[in-house]
Design a protein around this ligand. Structure first.
Ligand SMILES: Nc1ncnc2c1ncn2[C@@H]1O[C@H](COP(=O)(O)OP(=O)(O)O)[C@@H](O)[C@H]1O
Ligand SMILES: [Mg+2]
Length: 415
């Protein structure tokens, strides 16, 4: 069902999959599945699909970045930040030209395989606010959005230009698990629970209003600004994103009203038409920063080596360019943490601090130590750029071909 949407994301489109329905009817089950992998949900399947496809690409390097946020009582929390206090933090939304609505202060984690994605998903899930309602004791009362951003660039190593990259494309897959859509009176909620329920209903009714105004061709104003959820989904609703809405409904007759209301919602949403397009050369691409940093460090390494030779010849002491990097490069890179490739991030969430962000980076070091640091930084960045690792794996190719044949060729709705 999601195959073509995920393929599009790998090509550079934006994609959104969201599950809608009343509490207890299987939204989280559909999106995340059971812990038991034989019954995995859409999110883990997307992880596998993305990384298997990337590992079979030729001459393209990808940088995969994940974020996980929660909207609870109209506040945005960063689920990947282990230090974040539940009640205080409220990240703000920013609308940036050419980028759209985003939350720039969220923790962004690079990932190199599906396992690292699962680990971050589980890490974020532990942070989720859950509360009991009459309907479902373990149901989450918040909306969550897990995003995987895939930045890609052609890689020209084969024609002798080592580390030369082409233009950048960026696809983003947002996986949204909404809170229950049921009306408050049915849940028996009181006090804080009632406040929560009304905030949940606020964003879901704002979503309903947005859908209605998009479908009603005459409406001049679409109320995206009425809630954080609708602002974040602005691109997914009538924008440049390919969107898939999954309606979860309950089979029991006591839930008849909610079922009808969910189906009405879905049938209206089906009439929204989006205009998906590939995101070419995004201004804020992290991949570009990394590419520039590699080139910069390599040039400095070369110059430093040449100066070392000259020093040996003349016995003169000349300041090495590498010593200057420490100072000039201190704050040059975005605050993106790099996980050691192949390391299980769940074990310790160890991050290998970059030269640019490591506060303990000693200012006085020997030439050799600095060269080593620069080289290990280059290697570290290179390990986060993925693509083509399993190009000769015929079993995997056969499996991918089978999935392609079995999948619907295109999404009927909104694409
Ligand atoms: N298709 C399904 N098959 C088996 N169990 C399911 C299915 N859908 C939901 N469940 C179970 O029903 C319960 C509620 O589902 P959940 O996904 O948490 O609902 P929601 O997120 O919509 O509130 C969970 O225990 C889940 O495992
Ligand atoms: Mg749920």
């Amino acid at each position: 069902m999601c195959y073509s949407l995920v393929e599009s994301t790998i090509e550079g489109y934006n994609g959104t999959i969201f599950a809608y329905g009343q509490t207890g009817c299987g939204k989280t089950h559909t999106m995340q599945g059971d812990k038991n992998l034989s019954n995995s949900g859409i999110i883990p399947k997307c992880f596998d699909h993305i990384f298997e496809t990337i590992s079979m690409t030729t001459n393209v390097r990808y940088l995969a970045l994940v974020t996980y946020m929660e909207i609870y009582n109209e506040r945005i929390r960063d689920l990947l930040n282990k230090n974040e206090n539940t009640s205080v933090i409220n990240h703000s939304l920013k609308e940036l030209p050419g980028i759209g609505v985003s939350v720039p202060t969220l923790t962004t984690q690079p990932v190199v395989n599906a396992n690292q994605c699962y680990d971050w998903l589980h890490f974020g899930n532990k942070n989720r606010v859950t509360a009991a309602t009459l309907m479902n004791k373990n149901s989450s009362r918040s909306h969550t959005i897990f995003t995987i951003t895939l930045e890609q660039s052609p890689f020209f190593n084969s024609i002798g230009l080592e580390d030369a990259f082409g233009g950048i494309r960026r696809g983003k897959l947002s996986l949204v698990d909404l809170a229950g859509s049921e009306r408050q009176r049915r849940t028996g909620a009181k006090g804080d629970r009632l406040k929560e329920a009304s905030q949940i209903n606020l964003s879901l009714s704002a979503l309903g209003n947005v859908i209605s105004s998009l479908v009603d061709g005459k409406a001049k104003h679409v109320p995206f600004r009425d809630s954080k959820l609708t602002r974040l989904l602005q691109d997914s609703l009538g924008g440049n994103t390919k969107t898939l809405m999954i309606s979860c409904i309950s089979p029991t007759d006591i839930n008849y009203d909610e079922t009808i209301s969910t189906l009405r919602y879905a049938s209206r949403a089906k009439n929204i038409s989006n205009k998906p397009k590939i995101n070419e050369d995004p201004k804020d691409a992290t991949l570009r920063l990394y590419q520039n940093e590699i080139l910069y460090l390599k040039r400095m390494l070369q110059e430093s080596q040449q100066i070392s030779y000259r020093n040996n010849d003349t016995n003169k002491i000349i300041e090495s360019p590498l010593k200057i990097i420490q100072l000039t490069n201190m704050n040059s890179t975005k605050n993106v943490q790099i996980i050691e490739s192949g390391q299980n991030c769940n074990a310790s969430f160890k991050t290998n601090n970059s030269i640019s962000t490591n506060p303990n980076f000693p200012l006085i070091q020997s030439e050799g130590e600095i060269q080593l640091q620069a080289q290990s930084r280059i290697d570290l960045i290179k390990r986060t750029l993925i693509g083509g690792e399993r190009i000769h794996d015929f079993k995997l190719k056969k499996k991918a071909h089978g999935s392609k044949i079995c999948s619907p060729t295109s999404l009927k709705c909104n694409s």
